[in-house]
Design a protein around this ligand. Structure first.
Ligand code: WT7
Length: 632
């Protein structure tokens, strides 16, 4: 049994203990999981050498912890409830016994295709139970999964496949998002023109749309599964064997392959799920995130299954067939714990309340928020309209790199405060530092958020680029993990995350690097140089604004804008599309040639008077020109 903390006093006592004696704290927590061999050392390494490890010497298998351990007493409990995009299509449920069986079969399929422990497998699939089956089968045989969100383009997909040298791609013919088809197999075919490492493609027929088949490469899920044995002994994995790679954007360069390892990730996902949401035995848990993001990895699949919970997977979108869909789903399945993103909450808020007319929502007990800061207005709407003032809201701050939740309330146990993530989770020591790296020890503080000590769920490296890992997270402030977020601490010691302080943008909760978008825009034949900034957007949180310098005089700027938006969709994916494109003759730069995005942001936000001191600019005159472009 994983340990559950059930009172504020117990939180305080255990938090202190987790900081003072992390080894004894995490050792006890880890006892709640199933090990083939126990660890020799709970934790080793530090942030100076960037060589931290957890539960070294232990042997385990994550899929066994998600499935086999529940078979004795809970085999017929529902593990996954799946709700299709189209409400008229039949839903599906898989019990732990059924899920175990499918995972064993698919493990055999992977083995037969020559996939071995340590190989990388790319997954590009819709939100269907088969996606969870593939993840668990990879974990079962010891292959490393790299999931690519179904909204990414062929270009993004091939980049990720090549970076991780994936041998196998698992995809579907396609799926529908509302009424819109997404042609996953076509996109995959396009991507694979540039990928040599892929030997086979497994296609799950989901949408029954026509696809091309490449003989010798493409194989079909149903045929492969037909004769596969449903017995498979889980591979014995070392604690620090890589489990997964997940690409995420940073302020520079292309997306980074964040690598998580087996034991620490497992312990952290399982323990945070139980404690943050205060999950109870018969709860139905629904996290609306796509499994293509870390939230889906940790809290649609691994966290719930490690706890033997019933997790709901929804294939569709909130507005299809209409805006009452999510509330229908909550009532239909009696969802008890609901976890979603502020951007979704604000979209509902903007719809007026008629979509809630028929909703009962009386099974809900806990609400969660994740992905970006939640503004007070949205928090209140969520609390009143969905929680009926009766469900604690956990505002959970974390990142792809952290594996699980780091700063949060524990539902109904520790206090909440609108727009504050509040208190650190066990074992997490947040510190606020100023720009010189000085740790601000006063209780009231504002600055850059860092973490002082490793926690089990922490990413260990960037796939095949440990130097980049070091440089990105551990070089700004010596001996500290730098999160990239700004943060404020109030008189109660509650943390309020104020947003990214690097060149990372959060659009509808999606993490997008400015450099990535600029590189895509620069592919347009008429563009010489570009700069993108984020401006506040009520529903999306932030929206992307692009400034471009062109090779020639542009007569139809609207047309150019459309072409640029199209290029960004093709190169990255529609989530990275700029909201607006402005043609300018120059970009404000420092004498060393660095674009001053801060100035662009102030102008784009509509605060041109706040551009500040321009005396250090190489070309202060362009600022007036850009202001004029905006004033029109
Ligand atoms: C960034 C990480 C955490 C899984 C999903 C996003 C922002 C995340 C919160 C929150 C304020 C938040 C941060 C963080 N963020 N949760 N509760 N309050 N900001 O993972 O895509 O790696 O993004 O999301 O800026 O650094 P991600």
């Amino acid at each position: 049994m994983i340990k559950r903390i059930t009172s504020y006093d117990e939180y305080k006592y255990n938090y202190k203990k987790s900081i003072a004696e992390p080894d004894s704290f995490w050792g006890e927590v880890a006892e709640g999981f199933h090990w083939k061999e126990k660890w020799k050392q709970v934790h080793s390494g530090n942030f100076d050498a960037v060589n931290f490890k957890w539960f070294e010497g232990a042997k385990l298998n994550l899929s066994e912890n998600c499935l086999d351990v529940h078979l004795k007493s809970n085999a017929d409990k529902v593990a996954i409830i799946w709700e299709p995009n189209n409400p008229d299509e039949e839903n599906r449920t898989l019990t732990y016994r059924q899920l175990h069986r499918e995972v064993c079969k698919f493990s055999n399929v992977l083995k037969q295709l020559g996939i071995k422990k340590g190989d990388t497998v790319c997954i590009y699939m819709p939100m269907i139970p088969e996606l969870a089956i593939v993840m668990l089968a990879c974990a079962r045989i010891g292959a490393i999964h790299s999931i690519v969100f179904g909204g990414f383009s062929a270009h993004s997909l091939s980049g990720r496949i090549n970076d991780a040298c994936c041998k196998l791609l698992i995809t579907a013919d396609g799926f529908y998002r509302g009424e819109k088809p997404v042609y996953l197999k076509n996109i995959s075919d396009e991507a694979l023109k540039n990928c040599d490492s892929i030997k086979n493609v497994i296609v799950f027929r989901r949408a029954m749309i026509d696809i091309d088949v490449v003989a010798g490469r493409d194989l079909f899920w149903d045929q492969l599964m037909l004769n596969a044995s449903d017995e498979f002994t889980a591979e014995s994995m070392d604690s620090e064997d890589p489990l997964l790679i997940l690409y995420t954007s940073g302020s520079t360069g292309k997306p980074k392959g964040v690598e998580h390892t087996t034991a620490g990730y497992m312990v952290y996902a399982g323990f945070t799920f139980l404690n943050v949401f205060q999950y109870r035995e018969h709860d139905v848990f629904w996290c609306t995130a796509d499994i293509g993001w870390i939230t889906g990895h940790s809290y649609v699949v691994y966290g719930p299954l490690l706890n033997g919970a019933t997790t709901l997977m929804f294939e569709g979108i909130p507005s299809y067939p209409d805006w009452s869909r999510w509330w229908n789903i909550i009532d239909k399945y009696g969802v008890n714990i609901f976890y979603t993103a502020p951007t979704a909450i604000r979209s509902f808020e903007a719809q007026g309340s008629q979509h809630l007319n028929d909703a009962k929502l009386n099974t809900l007990r806990v609400l969660g928020s994740v992905g970006e800061p939640i503004n007070e207005e949205a928090w209140k709407w969520y609390n009143e309209m969905i929680g009926k003032n009766n469900c604690p809201i956990v505002d959970t701050w974390w990142q792809t790199e952290t594996g699980g939740i780091l700063i949060t309330s524990l539902a109904g146990i520790t206090p909440t405060k609108p727009s504050f993530a509040t208190l650190p989770f066990f074992g997490v020591e947040p510190v606020i530092v100023d720009n010189n790296g000085v740790i601000l020890n006063d209780i009231l503080a504002e600055g850059n958020l860092c973490i002082k000590h490793s926690w089990p769920g922490q990413a260990r490296t960037i796939f095949k680029d440990h130097d980049l890992f070091l440089k990105t997270y551990f070089s700004n402030y010596r001996g500290l993990y730098f999160t990239g977020d700004g943060c404020r601490r109030n008189e109660n010691g509650f943390y309020r995350i104020t947003g990214r302080i690097d060149d990372v943008i959060k659009v509808s909760g999606h993490r997008i690097g400015t450099a990535e978008v600029e590189n895509a825009i620069n592919e347009h034949k008429d563009v010489v140089e570009s700069a993108v900034v984020a401006i506040p957007h009520y529903i999306k949180g932030e929206a992307i604004i692009a400034f471009v310098i062109c090779t020639k005089k542009i007569n139809d700027e609207e047309k150019l804008g459309k072409e640029i938006i199209q290029i960004v969709s093709e190169i990255i994916g529609p989530i990275a599309k700029p909201e607006k494109v402005f043609v300018v003759s120059g970009l404000p730069k420092t004498r060393s040639g660095k674009i001053m995005r801060r100035i662009l942001r102030k102008i784009a936000e509509g605060n041109p008077e706040q551009v500040g001191d321009l005396s250090t600019l190489l070309n202060p005159e362009v600022v007036e020109e850009i202001k004029a472009v905006f004033a029109n």
